[in-house]
Design a protein around this ligand. Sequence first.
Ligand SMILES: *[C@@H]1O[C@H](CO)[C@@H](O)[C@H](O)[C@H]1NC(C)=O
Ligand SMILES: *[C@@H]1O[C@H](CO)[C@@H](O)[C@H](O)[C@H]1NC(C)=O
Length: 421
Amino acid sequence: MMLLFMLVSIFRAAFSNEWANKKDGKFILNKPNISPQVLKIILRFIYCAKIDLTELQGPEILNLLIAVDELNVQTLIQCIREYLIKHQCDFLQQNAIEIFETAYQNEAFTDIWNYCFDKICEKPAVLLDKFINLKEPLLELLLKRDDLLLDEVVVWDNLIKWSFARHPSIQQNVKKWNKEEITIMRRTLHKFNPLIRFYHITSEDFILKVDPFKALLPEDIIDNLLAFHMNSNKELNIDLHPPRMPKYDSNIINGSYFAILSSWIEKKNHFYYNERNIPYNFNLLYRASRDGDTHTDFHIKCDKKGATMVVIKIKDSEQIVGGYNPLDWNSSNLWVSAKDSFLFSFTEKNNLQSAKVGYSNNNKYSIGFFSDHGVVFGTDLYFYEGNWHSYRDDTHSYPKIGIPGKIFEVDDFEIFQVVKK
Ligand SMILES: *[C@@H]1O[C@H](CO)[C@@H](O)[C@H](O)[C@H]1NC(C)=O
Ligand SMILES: *[C@@H]1O[C@H](CO)[C@@H](O)[C@H](O)[C@H]1NC(C)=O
């Protein structure tokens, strides 16, 4: 029944007027997107309910996806989408721009498109050679992103090149522009100006790269920018967008904390890394308020995921504590020594200077892997029977950094997988 239904819907689509011409009593399919090879794969799936995606390369899988989308074979769309995201990360990353452009506003591709969009923002080097050819709505989406990791002056510079590329007849020498040229370029830039974070361009770059184009900017922006660069102490009534930086899926800490935690992972001083050069991805694996705060939920989400960072917001307090485990969590009921593991504390959450870190003394109780516990960092910080504990007994494994004693209550806690970029 299912088979018949799919076949009917495919052939109905395939032989609709749009797709096929009838010539000499034969249907000629004119669907250049769908190669005979792809059609064969789809038909094999429909007849045998079997498909082996592992034999296909990334671009072939993408073509297949485009084809099954056109043919509207829903079961296949879902299965290919999941497969692509799971197994073809490299392919998606290498072709992020093409996918970003071709899959825009195609519902079947939403998650793949979002994935590529995130990757472009995270590693925008791939974007630069293609920047001037971007379609306007895509450029607008891109410039809106707070996590597009380009220097603002680079964004501006490319936006100017992009505007020139729209109007090849306009001369490059700005000083010689006539009124009409200024009007055309102004109109092209108009909707993008508010998306540029001019206040995060240094004064040197500003003079070199922005000032020559001041005829294109609204006067109040120019006045405010000049005042800002000439006298940074003056109170200015301006809308300061935050600088662009990576986004983090945390309800407890922001990028500045992740920069400090990254410095500690490498045993460097607190402020060695900043928000913009963090060398790790922190992927949220578990959030107690979302995933359930039992040791079972923890093991389901966090076992066998590699190095992790635990972040805990203590209740009725300004304090944030946590720890880093460089090893895979598991449920083997063992104690293990781990010389790179550490505990940390920020006594006042609004004061990054209140940061403290303590590395394991490498005794055999650094990390505990217990099926009936959650996170265990020695006896210094552990989760048992729904509560957080900290005891300083003879076997302690970390220096004292001010984690509250005995049992304490928390607002929430999060665990991130730590992956080198
Ligand atoms: C659990 O992790 C520890 C530390 O990495 C390791 O020694 C042990 O073999 C692991 N056990 C299992 C069952 O994976
Ligand atoms: C993160 O929070 C700290 C403390 O409140 C603050 O000082 C810092 O500016 C924030 N960083 C970012 C990137 O928002």
